[in-house]
Design a protein around this ligand. Sequence first.
Ligand code: AMP
Ligand code: ZN
Ligand code: FE
Ligand code: FE
Length: 297
Amino acid sequence: MSALALLGRHKVSPHITLPIHPFMLELHCHTTFSDGTLTPQQLVERAVTKGVKALAITDHDTIFGWQEARTAAVPHGLEIVPGIELSTTYNERSMHILGFYPDPNKLQAPLNDRIQGRHRRAQKMVDKLTELGFPIELPAMPGSMAPGRPHIANALLAAGHVTSQQEAFQRFIGDHGPAYVPYEKFTAQEGIELLRRCGAVPVWAHPYLFRGGIVEEILPELVEAGLMGVEVYHPHHSISEERVLEELCDRYDLLMTGGSDYHGPQPKPKAGDVDLNSLHLSLELLDRVKQAAASLN
Ligand code: AMP
Ligand code: ZN
Ligand code: FE
Ligand code: FE
């Protein structure tokens, strides 16, 4: 089947009514266990209202959100896809690798190291901000939770040092900001290998958000390391970037996935905000991910 046939959101004539029902897949979102603003239960409820039929929970470096999501999903018949978004580095820049269907018993111990690293990193950013003259207080964050830069941005906002999250990234914690601290060393290759060892399908998240190299040049190295898929459909990818990624997936025989990378509603919602199911992806994409996961076991 062509890539186009797998999508429900294609730019067809408005007079053609496409069947709605197969296009209800959401393979990338965050909860309060990382830097999302909705609890897993709230996320599930919103997904149901948006017509999602299969929802992946892909928090940064933690899988503790799965259980609450599964419990909340049962009465709605919503399928929860267990996932993770691993924070890794490539060329010393942040690279995110999604993993679908990891064995939690195998992944939990290595993840504990990653989560603790995120707590150390958050504290280092707090220390840098204090040195710069912008002291902040982070909320209490349990060990199961993976702190990220959005938490720092919110603390800067709460302390009155900035007037928006965006300003916090621009002035302090963006990739070149004076209070930015990179992840503790863990390469993309190591992340891909870890996911495969744990039975998870590794997928390069939002390749065109990567700032450390050219997608076409990096992809073969990731494939060599065991990458099995690419997140083709993402709100920050242009249509032409999606076409390039579709072709690369064909060339390297990779799975295609997609998701809204939803982190919760904006404080001041407006038309055009990213929302769950805004990409209208076909459930057939998920069938292929499941087949790939089965091949790893
Ligand atoms: P971290 O993994 O802790 O470095 O945080 C990455 C997260 O920060 C991403 O998933 C986004 O949610 C958010 N983020 C990154 N850059 C920006 C930015 N310039 N403005 C707002 N949020 C951002
Ligand atoms: Zn995030
Ligand atoms: Fe990401
Ligand atoms: Fe994400």
